[in-house]
Design a protein around this ligand. Structure first.
Ligand SMILES: *Cc1c(COP(=O)(O)O)cnc(C)c1O
Length: 361
């Protein structure tokens, strides 16, 4: 008799829906917070040469020495702090969750937030608590501190700025949570390049604080490199769970080179921030659209009949993210990534048409 998955796989895994990535071929792709600008041609050629010369017959440098040295310099990592590298920051979240998954352990975050916090808690077999944000998506420090006392989470994840809402939480509220937490607090700074704020320089002050970053939203989503910065005593433990060659030779060499040309990605991030402000004002001027302030490279907005607007945009060749139905607080919400001026223009034009169509229907 054949064994069925139901008899072998954990029930909470059977219940999960796989992370869905919609097809985007030929679309104006504004759904995944990617940087719309490629690398300049001279850097593309250098990357090609690096890939050609790389010793792909050998395993990668397990300690990623050259890349780490570059990262220390580019991040201005505070003295005495260590770095853990992951195959994207998703892997870093998973390493932290696995390391802390004692029987009965709980991971806590807010909601709505980055869905991988909850998903990875499930993978690791921990409990998960999501404390609702206030209606304006600000951090509810009172409710969060009460939840810390009630659930004693091993780890708290806070995305700063938050995804999918785009806002930066209040610093004092964050610090209060870090001080009240009985375990670790991981500040996920995936959108740091667009935020102009960070907790990195507070690592020395809070012994339970860790800061996570990624190159994905900065312009290297295809490379898959995330990192965790913090005290050696924590990083040393997480290193034990990191699979030995999780960061490939190509990722190490290319990231090291591109970060060595820090101006390129920084200039692109500055252009994206300017475009975000322009797109925000445009959206604010459209009747029937409620826009939420963003310190990231995307904008959350609310419309009537979001499903229809989302489908309409898709039929006009523009792919964004539909959040309607994903959480009660996100009813009517759509999220658009800031693209090039041309892409944003196509999005705005298509949105105008879709809003007119849904009003007429
Ligand atoms: C996109 C995103 C990540 C994941 O980034 P990768 O490094 O590509 O795995 C992590 N946290 C937040 C809040 C994100 O939005």
């Amino acid at each position: 008799m054949a064994i069925k998955p139901e008899s072998l796989i954990r029930p909470e895994i059977l219940d999960l829906k796989a992370y869905h990535v919609p097809p985007a071929r030929g679309m104006v792709k504004l759904d995944a917070m990617e940087n719309p600008y490629g690398l300049p041609e001279d850097l593309q050629r250098e990357v090609g040469a690096i890939a050609g010369e790389a010793a792909l017959n050998r395993y990668p440098d397990p300690g990623a020495g050259a890349l780490k040295a570059r990262l220390r310099e580019v991040l201005a990592l505070p003295r005495g702090m260590e770095v853990l590298l992951g195959n994207g920051s998703d892997e870093v979240i998973q390493i932290i969750a696995l390391a802390c998954a004692k029987p009965g352990a709980v991971i806590l975050s807010v909601e709505p937030t980055f869905v991988m916090f909850r998903m990875i808690a499930t993978f690791a077999g921990t409990g998960y608590v999501g404390v609702p944000l206030r209606e304006d998506f600000s951090l509810d420090a009172e409710a969060t501190v009460a939840a810390l006392e009630a659930h004693r989470p091993a780890v708290v994840f806070l995305a700063y700025p938050n995804n999918p809402t785009g806002n930066l939480f209040d610093e004092q509220a964050m610090e209060r949570i870090i001080e009240s937490a009985p375990g670790l607090v991981v500040v996920d700074e995936a959108y740091h390049a667009f935020a102009g704020a960070s907790f990195l320089d507070r690592l020395a002050r809070f012994p339970n604080l860790l800061v996570m970053r990624t190159l994905s939203k900065l312009g290297l989503a295809g490379l898959r490199l995330g990192l965790l910065a913090g005290r050696g005593e924590w990083i040393e433990q997480f290193e034990k769970l990191r699979l030995p060659y999780n960061v490939s030779t190509l990722t190490q060499a290319v990231a090291e080179r591109v970060l060595g040309r820090g101006d390129v990605l920084a200039d692109q991030a500055a252009a994206i921030r300017r475009e975000r402000e322009a797109l925000f004002s445009t959206l604010q001027g459209i009747a029937g659209v409620t826009t939420y302030p963003s310190r990231a490279n995307f904008i959350l907005f609310r419309v009537n009949r979001a499903d229809d607007v989302f489908r309409g945009l898709k039929s006009h060749g523009v792919l964004i993210k539909n959040l309607h139905g994903s959480h009660p607080m996100l009813a009517g919400c759509l999220r658009v990534t800031v693209g090039t001026p041309e892409e944003n223009g196509l999005f705005v034009a298509a949105l105008g048409k879709c809003l007119a169509e849904t009003r007429a229907a």
